[in-house]
Design a binder for this molecule. Structure first.
Ligand code: AP5
Length: 252
């Protein structure tokens, strides 16, 4: 298998292998599990887009759009944004032409309602196209020890320009607080404050665990050990996606 080391792709992969249809992939896991870190790597590997509802919402907040104004305080408190708002931005994004071969959903679906909505959307939009082995997503659940999650979130820094994710403990930039790629000053997310982190972890337990159960019942969930170093987690994810993209279970 070819894996991605650092930000580079290594190993011999044919163009056909890289550019084949993958279909929908959902990365599930609590805050700090590594969904954003891994999505960026998988995106490079398969050349399919990352669709992160957190990033899309934060961009609205940054631009001060009406949606951004509506959701800013909710996000800062670590609460979930209402289902219909999030489903609308996902529908809009998944209809873009770059999502036709597949996409990585990072942070969505987050509630049982969002999962049911996603299944109907995928069936309606892609069910009859025959492009993918299955219109139901491959759902990969990243499991991480609770104390490690706290350490990861409090140590996270992000580049406001290119979106690269760092960690002061495990993945520090070459120069303190400066992005290796473009020299921007790194920022700490508003919702990475300690009092908010617990609310986000609770929201995951209450509202997002049922999503894993929903896809578990459909036989679509693969669990990956997210406690391991980043490269090893990437290799496990790619293996899970490769296997799922070849199977046709749950397509009817
Ligand atoms: P969102 O942006 O989705 O945040 P999240 O789910 O809380 O996840 P995080 O971004 O905190 O963590 P991650 O798993 O991506 O970890 P990362 O790769 O950064 O959502 C934010 C808010 O938006 C929500 O609270 C809600 O308000 C709203 N929202 C978003 N989607 C919504 C939806 N569908 N419905 C309703 N509301 C929604 O990694 C974390 C750190 O660990 C980094 O520093 C990284 O460098 C490090 N790290 C990663 N992997 C490893 C490893 N293997 N070893 C060591 N360190 C690692």
């Amino acid at each position: 298998m070819s894996v991605i080391l650092g930000q580079e792709q290594v190993g011999a992969r044919s163009v056909e292998q890289t550019l084949r249809n993958i279909g929908p992939v959902v990365l599930l896991g609590p805050p700090g599990a590594g969904k954003g870190t891994q999505s960026k790597r998988i995106t490079q590997h398969y050349r399919i887009p990352q669709v992160s509802t957190g990033d899309l919402l934060r961009e609205h907040v940054k631009q001060g759009t009406p949606l951004g104004v509506q959701v800013r305080d909710l996000i800062a408190r670590g609460e979930l944004v209402s289902d219909h708002l999030v489903c609308d931005i996902v529908a809009w994004r998944l209809r873009e032409t770059d999502a036709q071969r597949g996409f990585i959903l990072d942070g969505f679906p987050r509630t049982a309602k969002q999962a049911v909505w996603l299944d109907s959307f995928l069936k309606f939009e892609f069910g009859d196209t025959g492009k993918w082995a299955a219109w139901l997503p491959i759902v990969v659940c990243i499991k991480v020890d609770y104390n490690k999650l706290l350490l990861r979130i409090t140590g996270r820094r992000t580049c406001p320009t290119c979106g690269r994710i760092y960690n002061v403990h495990s993945q520090p930039p070459l120069v303190d607080e400066i992005c290796d790629v473009d020299g921007s000053k790194l920022v700490t997310r508003d919702d990475d404050r300690e009092e908010v982190i617990r609310e986000r972890l609770d929201a995951y337990e209450r509202q997002t665990k049922p999503v894993a159960e929903h896809y578990g019942r459909l036989g679509r969930v693969v669990e990956v050990n997210g406690d391991l170093p980043v490269d090893e987690v990437t290799a496990s994810l790619i293996e899970a996606i490769d296997q799922g993209a070849h199977g046709a279970a749950g397509s009817s």
